[in-house]
Design a protein around this ligand. Structure first.
Ligand code: PLP
Length: 395
């Protein structure tokens, strides 16, 4: 009987061998995982988060169930943060989700329930989990070019009225390359002209050019289009990775359509996990609603962003010093936690084998995953692989 429950072999969706694996070399450098690390290599709890947790513990709030929409104060905080103080909150509904991934999945379910068979366009390259989440919800996926912005606009000119276009709002994973303000304008123009629905994934706001700057394109888009979907993650900018904190937002044209969207999201939540976890949402709400805690959070987020930028600037300088000006110039244009190295999958494997530096085989490295003093080592590894010299360069 139990034999029937044993599935045939399947490929894992998340390849853990991309991490250190069996490599025990002391100099090994793991830049695979998308987690912010400080200079000492740790991922500390942010000071405002710690303080909010102490206050919440002292208040010893009840652990009673929250509703299907989760923590309503948190949902208001997310709308105010993302849409801005004067944003169109009256055109929006928000439902707390199990982090950004849960928001992506809940919104994918909403699309599928509303318009089965919808095509969702994702960038090429894309965040590794976009296609699996959308396909698991039963949606059809097509891709548009990301790094060639004229090509992106050409591809999306083919999106039809009933299609949805998934865009990363800032600090694109995996490339670190975002559209220019003009390209965002052009994207908004296409959405308005052709009627497709933008679906914005926000996972790194605050870690590119600053919180408000990183949200500017999303806010402009929200002003222009009648309908829009937003998946918001608090994993990186609040450091709440394991507390699974996020929000799904729908912007709609009428009160009635918003009410339907909210019910559809709640129904989807009910059949997946019923109610989202409270802790992270309570922490974020406590921070957002207290001016002192919010100021502390903003300044720590700024410091994280500044550390990431300093790392990238140092890598660019070191590559220039090694005569790799072209590669340095491409890295200088990137922002946020990730950089795409100009290396092939074979070269990325050589970077692991020879230099003990681990990025994904697609070329992505977590620029926040390295201490400043080891940047020269990363630069020498990249230059060494490009020149195909060997481990002699590593000290
Ligand atoms: C672009 C993007 N979207 C969404 C997520 C989901 O994050 P989480 O589910 O941890 O909030 C990630 C995580 O790496 C991401 O990079």
């Amino acid at each position: 009987m139990l034999e029937l429950l044993l599935p045939p072999p399947v490929d894992p969706l998340w390849d853990l061998t991309e991490a250190f694996g069996a490599d025990t070399r002391p100099e090994r450098l793991n830049l695979v995982l998308g987690v912010y690390r400080d200079e000492s290599g740790g991922t500390p709890v942010m000071a405002a988060v710690r303080e909010a947790e102490i206050r919440l513990a002292e208040r010893s709030a009840s652990k009673e169930y929250r509703g299907l929409s989760g923590n309503l104060g948190f949902n208001r905080a997310m709308l105010s943060m993302v849409l801005g103080p004067d944003g169109p909150v009256e055109r929006a509904v928000a439902v707390q989700t199990v982090a950004g991934s849960g928001a992506l999945r809940l919104l994918a379910d909403l699309i599928c329930r509303t318009r089965p068979g919808t095509t969702v366009w994702i960038s090429d390259p894309a965040y590794v989990n976009h296609r699996p989440i959308l396909e698991a919800a039963g949606l059809t996926v097509r891709t548009y070019r990301w790094l060639d912005q004229d090509g992106m606009l050409d591809d999306l000119a083919r999106a039809r009225r009933d299609d949805v276009v998934l865009l990363q709002g800032c600090c694109h994973n995996p490339t670190g390359v975002d559209p220019t303000p003009d390209a965002w304008e052009a994207l908004a123009g296409l959405a308005v002209r052709d009627g497709w629905v933008p679906f914005v994934d926000l996972a790194y706001h605050g870690l590119g050019d600053g919180l408000e700057a990183d949200l500017a394109a999303t806010r402009k888009l929200a002003e222009r289009v009648p309908e829009m979907l937003l998946a918001i993650s608090c994993s990186k900018n609040f450091g709440l990775y394991s507390d699974r904190t996020g929000c799904a937002v729908v912007l709609g044209a009428s009160r009635e359509s918003l009410r339907h969207a909210e019910t559809a999201l709640q129904n989807a939540a009910r059949t997946q996990y019923s109610m989202p976890p409270e802790h992270g949402a309570a922490v974020v709400t406590a921070i957002w609603e207290d001016p002192g805690l919010q100021a502390s959070w903003r300044s720590e987020l700024d410091a994280m962003r500044e550390r990431i930028s300093a790392n990238r600037r140092a890598l660019v300088e070191q590559l220039c010093a090694l005569g790799r000006d072209a590669e340095a110039a491409s890295l200088a244009r990137q922002k946020g936690m990730f950089s795409m190295l100009p290396l092939s999958p074979e070269q990325m494997l050589r970077l692991r084998g020879t230099f003990a530096i681990y990025g994904t085989t697609a070329g992505r490295v977590n620029i926040a995953g390295i201490g400043l003093e080891r940047i020269p080592c990363l630069a020498r590894g990249i230059a060494g692989v490009l020149e195909d010299r060997g481990a002699a360069l590593v000290r």
